[in-house]
Design a protein around this ligand. Structure first.
Ligand SMILES: Cc1ncc(COP(=O)(O)O)c(C=O)c1O
Length: 397
């Protein structure tokens, strides 16, 4: 271990609130590659956690940040900055008619959608309950924790914020049964990320849409992890052909510069009025410059197509490899959001792969989660497959 590594660990342990337990230091990134301080190269199959979708230190994004940082960084939302409405226009042009609210993170984006649904529901029949899904993840603020369908995240932080209930994912009968007169919103991830890379069924989503329409309830989709090109379309809902009333965005929206937000359909676009919601840093010129550069990457660099092609290749190869090992129960996902489902905790495999210079993630305890930058090549995929094959061989006793 290098002196810098040792010093960093020492400082971290002494001065940082221990909510994370990192094991690896990185000092540089480029495209799908990361390096430690001794020059060891890693292939990144995590992208942060689906953040650096257009690649580490992407030249367009870096240039936009550098240029804007010398021009104007922040003015507050009490004044116009020309980039924020420009970004909103771009996002609307690429999605559905409506409007955009900008915040700083995924949890805040989801909080905003929750407030939107409550504001509408309270004004239309005094309804304020949100239904979300078992196994979901929506963030670490108190309201998004209440929406999160895994009790372990809430443990110790009681009392829970009222007005939330969960139902099994992909189960329309359970949703129908939960659709009581107090409900104002249904919140879901079209591909559950933290829960273990679980895609929704198209037929289920269509029925959710119909049920929401019938009950005047907002369909809220959390695209924080599965959006921004991750599953092969710019927005996740576009892969399923079902249009929600609002979608939240964060993580990859500005490729690592902190930003979040939600898009809301025309019908509900003026529910949140002046003074009813706000964020000091939401939509600063700097964040918007980075996000506009990300959009330009999607427009001009063929990333969505690459995601679909390399994603399909990776899934096929992984499925083949998986068949060789008893410990692999299946491979699932969409685009470059892929889960290798094991019969045991995935932490050991994840650790072995890091030793082999492949950065991965786990999800839902037993799933090895792969979220590479959308710039990866077939050769990168082959490298990852070779390493995963090798490490599966080591754990498959
Ligand atoms: C689906 C989903 N929603 C919300 C969040 C929370 O985002 P943030 O950590 O930016 O608050 C995450 C983070 O992992 C996520 O995966």
């Amino acid at each position: 271990m290098s002196a810098l590594y040792e010093k960093t660990v020492e400082r971290f342990n002494k001065f940082v609130v221990p909510t994370y337990a990192p094991k690896q230091l990185f000092v540089r990134g480029e495209g799908a590659r990361l390096w430690d301080d001794e020059g060891r190269e890693f292939l990144d199959f995590a992208s942060g956690i689906s953040v650096c979708n257009v690649g580490h230190c992407n030249k367009r994004v870096a240039a936009a940040i550098a240029e804007q940082s010398l021009k104007l960084v922040h003015t507050s939302n009490l004044y116009f900055n020309e980039l924020m409405p420009r970004l909103a226009e771009k996002l609307i042009t690429e999605s559905f008619p409506g409007k955009v609210f900008f915040s700083n993170s995924g949890a805040e984006a989801n909080e905003g959608m929750i407030k939107l649904a409550r504001k509408y529901g309270n004004a239309n029949g005094g309804r304020n309950t949100i239904i979300s899904m078992d196994n979901s993840f929506h963030g670490r603020t108190l309201a998004t924790l209440a929406a999160t369908g895994r009790a372990k995240y809430r443990k110790g932080f009681e009392p829970d914020v009222p007005g939330f209930k969960q139902v099994p994912f992909n189960d329309i009968e359970a949703l129908k049964a939960a659709m009581t007169p107090d409900v104002c919103g249904v919140m879901l991830e079209m591909v559950q990320g933290e829960g273990g890379i679980l895609p929704a069924d198209v037929e289920y989503l269509k029925q959710v849409r119909e049920l929401c329409d019938k009950n005047d309830v907002l369909m809220l989709c959390d695209e924080v992890q599965c959006g921004m090109g991750r599953i092969g379309t710019r927005f996740a809902y576009q892969s399923f052909g079902v249009v929600p009333d609002a979608i939240s965005m964060a993580k990859a929206i500005a490729n690592g510069y902190p930003m979040g937000g939600f898009i809301v359909r025309d019908k509900f676009a003026d529910v949140l009025t002046v003074g009813t919601h706000a964020s000091t840093f939401g939509g600063t010129p700097l964040a918007c410059a980075a996000a506009l550069a990300v959009q330009q990457c999607f427009d001009e660099d063929g990333l969505l197509e690459n995601c679909r092609t390399v994603g399909a290749y990776l899934m096929d190869k992984l499925a083949e490899v998986g068949k060789k090992y008893n410990c692999v129960q299946g491979v699932r996902g969409k685009g470059l959001m892929i889960g290798v489902v094991l019969d045991r905790p995935a932490a050991e495999l994840h650790g072995l792969l890091l030793k082999e210079n492949l950065v991965t993630l786990t999800a839902g305890e037993t799933v090895l989660r792969l979220l590479p930058p959308l710039v990866i090549t077939k050769e990168d995929a082959d490298f990852a497959i070779e390493k995963i094959d090798k490490c599966l061989g080591m754990i498959d006793k």
